[in-house]
Design a binder for this molecule. Structure first.
Ligand code: HEC
Length: 215
């Protein structure tokens, strides 16, 4: 079916990877793209058997393309990418599934996670989200002083996120933002440990959380 419209142009794999990271990565794990979404199946796992069975990557491309246009199961939104973009994403997924870890093309972005976000003089802590749309913040830990603390989370990705804080009697949620918006939450805290996270369903479970240490 996919071969219908006039020809054999090759899918644009680089574009496919970019689109996959932005539109699909929040829900799907795919090693090459470095995405860790857990709402949908791990696509390396989904197609491992098919590849081993020798079904061929063009079959996989067709399956992915069909799933994008006519999602089975009812949880995945239809037509997240269309036309050439759909072809690019399907071609990219078919090219990389089951191949394991990516070539580290986005290594620098991955490397930025893990440091500690520190409060400024006003006890404001900036904890941006991953700009490529993966389910994580740029920091896994943060620190602040007791008193009123403000958490700010800029979200450059098209996937909606917020910043929320819980633990120690605190339970506050920021507004959901996307496309460069900043979610903000402010509350009083005492010395101790709290969890900052994204309250969009599935995102905390997917890895969007970290520890705020107040001392
Ligand atoms: C909102 C979350 C979400 C997004 C975004 C999403 N998917 Fe899915 N996807 C799912 C879920 C959940 C399933 C399992 C079937 C179902 O319940 O709908 C699924 C199933 C699939 C399957 C079938 C896998 C299998 O094991 O049968 C493929 C292929 C797939 N998605 C590809 C994609 C691609 C490519 C994109 C980006 C264009 C994408 N998905 C975006 C949630 C998502």
């Amino acid at each position: 079916v996919a071969a219908g419209c006039g020809g054999s142009e090759e899918p644009d794999l680089a574009k496919g990877k970019q689109l996959f990271t932005q539109r699909c990565g929040a829900c799907h794990e795919l090693a090459d793209a470095g995405t860790k979404g857990t709402i949908g199946p791990n696509l390396d796992e989904s197609f491992k058997q098919a590849i081993t069975d020798g079904l061929g990557r063009s079959t996989v491309e067709g399956v992915v393309s069909e799933q994008i246009a006519f999602p089975q199961g009812g949880q995945m939104p239809a037509n997240l990418v269309e036309g050439d973009d759909r072809k690019a994403v399907a071609g990219y997924v078919a090219d990389v599934v089951g191949k394991g870890g990516g070539g580290g093309t986005t290594g620098s972005a991955n490397g930025s996670q893990g440091g500690e976000a520190k409060a400024n003089a006003k006890n404001e802590v900036e904890i941006p989200t991953d700009p490529s749309g993966q389910l994580r913040f740029e920091f896994k830990s943060a620190s602040a002083k007791p008193g009123k603390v403000t958490l700010l989370s800029k979200n450059d990705s098209p996937v909606p996120h917020d910043i929320s804080l819980k633990g120690g009697g605190v339970d506050v949620k920021g507004d959901q933002v996307k496309d460069g918006g900043t979610s903000k939450v402010a509350t009083g805290v005492k010395a101790g440990k709290y969890t900052f996270y994204c309250s969009v369903p599935g995102h905390e479970q997917g890895g969007m959380k970290g520890t705020l240490t107040v001392k």
